[in-house]
Design a protein around this ligand. Sequence first.
Ligand code: GLU
Length: 312
Amino acid sequence: MQSFATTFTSPDSSAPYIGRFAPSPTGALHFGSLVAAVGSYLDARTHGGRWLLRIEDVDAPRSVPGAAEGIIATLARFGFEWDGEIVRQSRRSAAYEAALDTLKAAGHAYPCVCTRRELVGQPLARDGSRRYPGTCRGGLAPRREGRAWRVRADGVIHFDDAVQGPQEIDLAADAGDYVVRRADGLFAYQLAVVVDDAEAGVTHVVRGADLLDSTARQIHLLGLLGAPVPAYAHLPLATNAAGEKLSKQTLARAIDEHPPQAALLAALRFLGQNPPGTLAGAPLAELWRWAQAHWSIAAVPHCRQAVADGSF
Ligand code: GLU
């Protein structure tokens, strides 16, 4: 049984803080991603920490040409300042391959021939995927060759999320053995995010609560790879009035269509901060100064999702 008690360091802690924002370039930045960018940025800066930017284009077929550049330009226009080089997952296959080799060599990963169709009827995991029943766990039938790779997932993961509170996930009962390399040869998000965060020395992960259900698998993988586990804070996910996650699919407007001040103030309010309305007409630098001076993660609503202001 694995248990991880991760806690947020206090702003005066001497431990170096490394945070990050890791958008997937599947379209323009929308309000939901802006909320994650603002929360992770302010938390890093108020801890005197570094804030890294990583483009999560590991799923190349889902990446939209030009979207990464658009997101980077929007962040710059909104006054975000990231540290160091921007990392792009599409250029990091060698690192993912090495991590997979480590998992294979230790017997943690095994090949799998199951198709998605074969899993229909299995119970749903918290993230909506089908729980894997372990069909290929004991080895493949002769002459069958697995194209996907899964990791054996046993144990209960505990972690204390700075916004969502204590979490307990039984890996086998939830998603079961999970995919780290897909049948199409692409590395799975779970593997890429863990390898990237570990290599960059990320100490604090602040992101949307849609990823809360992935966190147990990521903590599990970090353990198998011998990497330290960061502290987590999952911010409420912004939805439309129908309760759907804001995204290109739900026709969320690009955040670029709004004045930066108005969008940033809306993101701060969504995060439970209480910025004065006068900042709407102030220079961006003044807005950021106020936000850093007043940021409080304790004020972020403790819910998994919340309805965004209708104009977003
Ligand atoms: N790329 C993911 C997204 O855009 C975020 C992953 C993460 O922060 O770990 O939803």
